[in-house]
Design a protein around this ligand. Structure first.
Ligand SMILES: [Zn+2]
Length: 217
């Protein structure tokens, strides 16, 4: 199973990726994690990445692609991988395609967790965190169930909104996501790889849809 997982902030992408990892025994490959790991290990690619980041530049595609190539060559990726956070543009998508062709391991599908922007906006801006126990709530969701009870707080939490969850910040993030993702989605649609999953449901329902999408030919 070789897939790219695409989804906006708030789409539940992280959760779905974890479920796929558990169900299929393939690793989730996040370019952010790879960069941190390469820098920590001091590999050649890590050194190149660190040099770029230290001077405030983006790490170039060739470096990132080299890391992905090395990562999918490890034994735990023999059965496949879930790529997360890459590609972000057409040039990267083309470079990825070429590399995977080289390795004779082309992508099976690109799964898009699709959610209305209005819903994403509510999910993200409605987020509140208890400053005492760290539990996460959402002001737009139904009343919190038993899970809301915590040792420190009992049933009474002190909720705050993190600066990152403010409306302007979220609006900007979603705009950037839209602008970045639209061309990519078209690209993969044209390649016949795109699978659109309606992500407006509970975690288990969405996962069933993801599974079906992954295996749809
Ligand atoms: Zn609390």
């Amino acid at each position: 199973m070789r897939i790219v997982l695409v989804g906006a902030p708030g789409s539940g992408k992280g959760t779905q990726a974890q479920l796929l990892v558990k169900a299929f025994g393939v690793p989730q490959i996040s370019t952010g994690d790879l960069l941190r790991e390469a820098v920590a290990k001091g590999t050649d690619l890590g050194f190149r990445a660190k040099t770029a980041m230290d001077s405030g530049k983006l790490v170039d595609d060739a470096t990132v692609l080299g890391m992905i190539r090395e990562r999918i060559g490890r034994p735990d990726a023999a059965k496949g991988f879930i790529l997360d956070g890459f590609p972000r543009n057409i040039a990267q998508a083309e470079a990825l395609e070429k590399m995977l062709e080289d390795l004779a391991t082309p992508l099976d599908s690109v799964v898009l967790l699709n959610l209305d922007l209005g819903i994403l906006f509510k999910r993200l801006t409605g987020r509140r965190i208890c400053q005492d126990c760290g539990q996460v709530f959402n002001v737009y969701s139904a009343a919190p169930g038993a899970a809301a009870h915590s040792k420190e707080c009992g049933d009474t939490h002190r909720l705050i909104q993190r600066p990152d969850d403010k409306e302007e910040v979220i609006g900007k993030r979603l705009e950037v996501y839209e602008a970045q993702t639209k061309p990519l989605i078209k690209y993969y649609e044209a390649a016949g790889l795109l699978r659109i999953v309606d992500a407006d449901a509970d975690v288990d329902t969405v996962f069933k849809r993801v599974e079906r999408a992954v295996f749809k030919r």
